[in-house]
Design a protein around this ligand. Structure first.
Ligand code: AHR
Length: 479
């Protein structure tokens, strides 16, 4: 593989490394928010261990409150004194009690602690235009107004910064079962009242397609492209299909490869949705926002089926690396993505049990890959990498980053890379599985951790590396 390190490429948006926390199962409650009176160490109710772990992977943006929950969420239920907040039923996720103790103020406190940006998803499915418009006013209005005054009364003087706002979620399904023509009109109407009160522009995201519903993209772009900044896309990997999905821990080699191939399908989805967008937006002003992606397996035996709790193995790490490499490849169009979901739900970064916490293999991929955030993508040429290998090369200031993922199950691969120019190796780190379902749990939290990688040699500017099966590696070079 030849890499022209001096050639300019597109910026890999840091928002590709975004996360998603829904009021679903034990993601927000228990996983992130335990309340001020909890014995679990916390700051203003937010678990210190989880906040620290997420900061370590440079979380750039967090999407909240859903998901399907977003189109049932009425934000006014979640402000004011905790004891006076309305208790409701989370009808979509397990029919459990929702105390509304984690609301707008708590979300922005979390964002403050994470030092990340906010992506709030509004309610189109069961909310009014006025409700959505007042939420935006409550969050972002600096001057005197009914909502800004109410926010002050509730303890927050200054407006918050809300960089991203989603106008509904999955409005083809749980967000109202709409036809694209109908949603496109609703989008035009609702987004009108997502006002900009201060100097900061709110990036407006229209609810996009389910997987390969190209007609949805066509209709939305045709009818509303001038009124949106981003268009979402949702795609999950379930190896055995939607009905049966498959187990997170118990699978064979055939299922391993089906999972990786299904992850690779993201490339075709982005290529084809993007081609439709190109007809209306050849400049690529509108970003593709993949605000839900990742593996979706059967829930762990004995857990609430509505909580979507699944283990996370080295196979999930392969899915994460394959998918991130695809997002980088489409850096000209993909502006933000949010893996589902941050803690205890689907392809989580973190699992918790009481006061214990483990970092998953997927977490470690986000750690290995954080060097690509806002770096310039560098294309490689003449590559005949093995079929089971995917990669990214990027450059930031005087550092070139090379990430390689080998999703073969056995054997290792020799890779020879000719850089146009590199000097020293700055760092070489990797994760590797010794079996297909290698994972971390509360008794063995460090079976998969990032280790130093040493099976390589740099001669001049030629790198020779032996890449093990089931591994993800990031090498950094000074240029
Ligand atoms: O992430 C879980 C669910 O998947 C979300 O609530 C919904 O948007 C999607 O169907």
């Amino acid at each position: 593989m030849k890499i022209l390190t001096k050639k300019k490429g597109p910026k890999i948006s840091k928002y590709i490394y975004g996360h998603f926390a829904e009021h679903l199962g034990r993601c927000v409650y228990e996983g992130i928010y335990v309340g001020k009176d909890s014995d679990i160490p916390n700051v203003n109710g937010m678990r210190t261990d989880v906040v620290e772990a997420l900061k370590n992977i440079d979380i750039p943006v967090l999407r909240w409150p859903g998901g399907c929950f977003a189109d049932e969420y009425h934000w006014k239920d979640g402000i004011g004194a905790l004891e006076s907040r309305k208790t409701i039923v989370n009808t979509h996720w397990g029919g459990v009690t929702e105390t509304n103790h984690f609301g707008t103020h708590e979300f922005f406190e979390l964002v403050r602690q994470l030092e990340c940006e906010a992506y709030v998803n509004g309610n189109v499915g069961s909310g009014t235009v006025q409700e959505m418009s007042e939420w935006v006013e409550y969050i972002t209005m600096g001057g005197t107004s009914p909502m800004a005054d109410w926010r002050r009364k509730n303890g927050q003087d200054e407006p918050w910064k809300m960089e991203f706002f989603g106008v509904g979620n999955e409005n083809w399904g749980c967000g109202g079962n709409m036809r694209p023509e109908y949603y496109a009109d609703l989008y035009r109407r609702y987004q009108t009242y997502v006002r900009q009160y201060g100097d900061d522009k709110i990036y407006k995201i229209a609810g996009g397609a389910n997987v390969d519903d190209y007609n949805w993209t066509e209709v939305l772009m045709k009818n509303a492209h001038s009124m949106m900044d981003g268009l979402s896309l949702h795609y999950y990997v379930h190896p055995q299909g939607w009905e049966k999905k498959g187990s997170a821990l118990d699978f064979d080699e055939a299922e391993w490869f089906v999972t990786c191939e299904k992850a690779d399908h993201m490339d075709e989805l982005i290529t084809r949705h993007s081609a439709i967008m190109d007809q209306y937006d050849p400049e690529k002003r509108i970003g593709i926002i993949v605000d839900e992606w990742g593996t979706w397996f059967n829930v762990e035996p004995g857990t609430n089926p509505g909580f979507l709790y699944q283990q996370n193995t080295i196979r999930d790490a392969m899915v994460a690396a394959i998918t991130l490499n695809i997002f980088h490849k489409h850096a000209e169009r993909v502006y933000m993505t949010n893996i589902a979901q941050t803690v205890n739900v689907l392809q989580a970064m973190i699992l918790t049990e009481g006061d214990k916490m483990v970092k998953t293999p997927s977490y470690h991929v986000f750690d290995l890959y954080k060097v690509h955030q806002d770096a310039e993508r560098i294309d490689s040429y003449g590559d005949d990498l093995p079929q089971t290998m995917t990669h990214t090369v990027s450059k930031k200031e005087n550092i070139v980053n090379l990430s390689l993922c080998n999703y073969a199950v056995t054997g290792s691969e020799q890779v020879i890379v000719d850089f146009e120019e590199v000097k020293n190796v700055k760092s070489a780190r990797y994760i590797v599985g010794d079996k297909m379902n290698a994972h971390n749990d509360f008794d063995h939290p460090e079976d998969i951790v990032i280790k130093e990688f040493s099976d390589f040699a740099l001669e001049g500017s030629t790198l020779k590396a032996t890449v093990p099966a089931m591994s993800v590696i990031t090498l950094q070079f000074e240029v």
